[in-house]
Design a protein around this ligand. Structure first.
Ligand code: FMN
Length: 352
């Protein structure tokens, strides 16, 4: 593996057109998707001379969980599109690097099966809130039974973004979504993305954060925050984590690159709860910059889905090992021995 960007072209050769378009695409003309990657150039990392350090350490503790890497798997639907083993192989690959996985509501494999694939590894469950509260309770019950450590409530996908590749490919999910199997509308197989989102709740507010937290007894992390105001609203509603994300440019096109809003959100959060960041992470230097801008954990999805397609659990493992390796190099050159040191670093803001 040379770098994570080049995995996309390799994965395109083996993932069927519809599935590849669904994974790789953004919304409208993909402007926000493109800016997600470019935004990391807006800040620079100062090299540190005579820093007197060696062997940087990537381990960290977030949400009370010990992790060997600050890079985690973002929730991503339908991983059976990448590999026949789907989320169970993703879970195994991540467990082998001591990382954290977030399971999606719309997974190809069930909450229980994905958890059982890596029984000693920490996992979160991401909830797409259904209009049917009984079904939400059912999903939360399953998540609790599987011993997940937190619920990620995604709030930036109350409708699906205008995703042109899915329209061009007339994409419908070719595989069932295991967690929907017990739902009266069916298991999602043969449905397009708009139909899937149609059974999800459009009207999500602060009371839903409270309700999910009370029902599950688990910490709730609100995903899809892009402004200081939203971060404060979520914390006031009881959120115990803020997840800064623009859904990988798949939802509100014309919104800012996720990295460009991270620092302001982090200032508003002011250390009250941990921050997860995603959208556009491809390099060790991107991870470093996100941590230095206020993130406690950094997530990504597409590179992991491509690694899964190309090599199953081992492919996932390689993707994490690669980005960890790049991060170690950056940490050494920036004179930062630990993740705590990275978080204390001031980035440069030179305009080119
Ligand atoms: C194929 C795919 C499926 C996704 N499914 C979900 C999902 O089910 N729930 C969710 O909250 N986010 C979902 N996301 C968004 C990711 O959690 C994450 O925010 C985004 O992919 C990060 O950008 P990156 O892929 O550039 O790293 C999905 C992303 C992709 C690419």
């Amino acid at each position: 593996m040379i770098n994570l960007e080049s995995l996309e072209a390799e994965a395109k050769k083996i993932i069927p057109t519809g599935g590849f378009g669904y994974i790789s695409g953004g919304s409208e003309d993909n402007w926000t998707l493109a800016m997600n990657g470019k935004a990391f150039q807006h800040r620079q990392i100062a090299p540190k001379a005579l820093s007197d350090i060696e062997k940087p350490e990537l381990d960290t503790k977030v949400f009370g969980i010990d992790l060997k890497t600050p890079v985690m798997m973002a929730p991503a639907a339908a991983q059976g599109l990448s590999h026949s083993k789907g989320e169970t192989d993703t879970a195994k690959g991540i467990a082998s690097v001591g990382g954290l996985m977030a399971q999606s509501t719309y997974s190809s494999t069930s909450i229980a099966d994905t958890a059982a694939a890596a029984p000693d590894a920490p996992q979160f469950f991401q909830l797409y809130m259904s209009k049917d509260w009984d079904f939400n309770e059912h999903l939360l019950d399953e998540a609790k039974k599987a011993n997940v450590k937190a619920i990620i409530l995604t709030v930036d996908a109350t409708v699906d973004g205008y995703r042109e590749s899915d329209i061009i490919n007339n994409f419908a999910f070719p595989l069932p979504m295991a967690n929907l199997a017990s739902y009266s509308d069916g298991d999602g197989k043969g449905k397009g993305i708009a139909e899937i989102y149609a059974s999800a709740a459009q009207k999500i507010g602060p009371d839903d954060v409270r309700r999910i937290k009370e029902y599950s007894g688990l910490p709730v992390i609100v995903k899809g925050v892009q402004t200081p105001e939203d971060a404060i609203r979520a914390i006031t509603a009881g959120a115990e984590g803020i997840y800064v994300s623009n859904h990988g440019g798949r939802q509100l096109n014309g919104g800012p690159a996720s990295f460009d809003v991270l620092e302001d959100v982090a200032k508003a959060v002011n250390g009250r709860v941990p921050i997860i960041f995603d959208s556009g992470i491809r390099r060790g230097s991107d991870v470093f910059k996100a941590l230095a801008s206020g993130a406690d954990l950094v997530a990504f999805a597409r590179p992991v889905l491509y690694g899964l397609a190309l090599g199953g659990a081992e492919g996932v493992q390689s993707v994490f090992e690669h980005i960890d390796h790049e991060l170690e190099i950056i940490m050494q050159l920036a004179g930062t021995k630990t993740i705590a040191d990275v978080k204390k670093t001031n980035l440069l803001n030179i305009k080119y």
